[in-house]
Ligand binder design. Structure first.
Ligand code: ATP
Length: 248
């Protein structure tokens, strides 16, 4: 039914620097409580799609020039990133973006800056984040600069969780991580989805890993959705196998 669609991206075009047309009419839906993967190679438009949803294009000299974006039926494409955070939509950017000179715990606490429900509630969320990411508890006092890539990715996701999000937009969670650590991150994403009800829209070049954890996938090529379907069906699809799973 339409009522359980949390995010509806409807035919968006995105142009960078007034001239470079990068998204050529992308449509996608994210059901409440699901994990949806945006797949495709380098430059296909995955990051741009996430930036369009979280309204982070302006800083990149980009703009949505056509189409609409709705959260539970409400237009959000004119809302600021801060307003989106207030509505529970949080983006974890590619490359992780932890504050290098802050400790892991200080980084996590920056994620709670918009909350108005008091210190005890924030402390309870912090405890929960540490339960999901025991590595972060161990490293709580360490400056982010001195932690591993995997720990920084976990810190970035943990920081998003500190805002108590409804939906997390996750850009390339496996990027730069050893396969075992990337798996660990995806396991936690799935856990957060199933136990906390957090909805995820994630961009990922590692098709195999993403389809293992996602419910549904969209494949982007050159700024267009060329295929979409249930993750289990996509991973069985011959074209997907040939072009994205390296076993054609
Ligand atoms: P990647 O995994 O490399 O990030 P992607 O699928 O996320 O790939 P995007 O980053 O969305 O792709 O890039 C889509 C296209 O837009 C690419 O051709 C890229 O060169 C271009 N692009 C991205 N950011 C900008 C920008 N700030 N200005 C101009 N062009 C850009």
């Amino acid at each position: 039914s339409n009522s359980d669609i949390l995010l509806n991206v409807n035919g968006i075009e995105v142009i960078y620097n007034h001239v470079i047309l990068v998204l050529k009419g992308v449509s996608l839906q994210v059901r409440e409580g699901s994990v949806v993967a945006l797949l495709g190679g380098n430059g296909a438009g995955k990051t741009t799609t996430l930036r369009a949803v979280s309204n982070l294009l302006a800083g990149e000299r980009g703009a949505v020039t056509k189409g609409s974006i709705e959260l539970r039926g409400e237009r959000i494409d004119k809302l600021s990133t801060a307003d989106l955070v207030g509505r529970g939509v949080i983006q974890v950017m590619e490359g992780r973006h932890c504050f290098a000179h802050l400790s892991i715990e200080e980084n996590l606490l920056t994620g709670a800056y918009t909350r108005r429900d008091g210190k005890a509630a924030v402390a309870a969320t912090l405890e929960k984040v540490y339960n999901y990411f025991p590595r972060l508890r161990d490293r709580r006092a360490t400056q982010a600069a001195y932690t591993s890539g995997g720990e920084q990715q976990m810190c970035a996701i943990g920081r998003a969780l500190m805002a108590k999000p409804k939906m997390v937009l996750l850009d390339e969670p496996s990027m730069g991580l050893a396969p075992q650590i990337a798996l660990e991150v995806f396991e936690i994403v799935k856990d957060l989805n199933q136990r906390e009800g957090v909805t995820f829209l994630l961009a990922e070049q590692n098709t195999h890993m993403a389809l293992r954890y996602a419910d549904y996938g969209y494949i982007l090529e050159n700024g267009r959705v060329v295929m979409d379907g249930a993750a289990s069906l996509l991973s069985e699809n011959e074209d997907v196998k040939e072009f994205y799973l390296g076993m054609g």
